[in-house]
Each structure stands twice: as C-alpha cells, then as structure tokens.
Ligand binder design. Sequence first.
Ligand SMILES: [Zn+2]
Length: 148
Amino acid sequence: MNGNDREPECPRAGAVLAIHLDGDVDESGFGFVCGETLATHLRECSSCQRLLQRARRLDAALASSAGRMLADHLATIDVVAKKLVANLVACPTLGAPSRETQANPLLDNYEGMTIAGGPGLAGVSLISDDNFSATQFTRVLNLLVKLP
Ligand SMILES: [Zn+2]
C-alpha cells in the first residue's frame, strides 16, 4: 500500500486507540468524545477496525519481544539458594503494639525492602503500610543482618 491508497483516518481514531490502550472497558471515554458506543462505531468504521488490528499486532509483537528479552536476561542471572537471614518472630518486640493476634507484633505484610552494605553485615529495611485499616500499622523496620 502506498500513501495514495490510504483512506483518510477516522476523526475518532484517537479516542478508539486511547480506549484500547487504556483498557477503558466501559467505553465512557468514547461516549463522551463522540456520543456513540465503541462497539457500534467499530462495526461501521473500517478505518478504526484496521487501526485496532494494527495496535493488537503491535501489542503481540511487543509482548513476544519482551518475553524473549526477559528470557535472555534471566539466562544471565546466577540463581542462588534462599537462606534465612532474619526471623521476625524471634526479634525483640521493642514494645511494638499489635491490633491482631500474632506471634510477634512486628510481623506484618511488608511490601518494600532495601539492602545496604554487604557482603557480610548489611542493613535491611522493610516497610509495610496500614492499608487504611484500623487493625494494621505502617511500620519501618531497620535490621542489621549477616548476609552469606
Ligand atoms: Zn472510526
């Protein structure tokens, strides 16, 4: 296809593509832009049908490429066996309160971690948040651990 064979781009192509890329399944953005549903428009607009087909092929190609890149990257990583370096159940509680029944009030759903230093002694910081729950706390633990 050369440039002369192309039909003009649909004026709603940007909204159609944005809905596809953003995953706006309720089509509210499309309805706001042009006052009709995406499905109705796509049944009638061959330009947008081709646009979505190209976008989906591009998504598939990117996903395939990302999968190959991840596999290539993982092949370069040395995998080591896991080893326990700290046991929060056995840590002193330091008077930390808990609103839940647990072996140590410092146990939590830690969602972030940084490691500084090592090999040998290293600082490990853990962070949890309260998830806006009355039964949880936001905590930051700073531990000194001996790394293998
Ligand atoms: Zn269209």
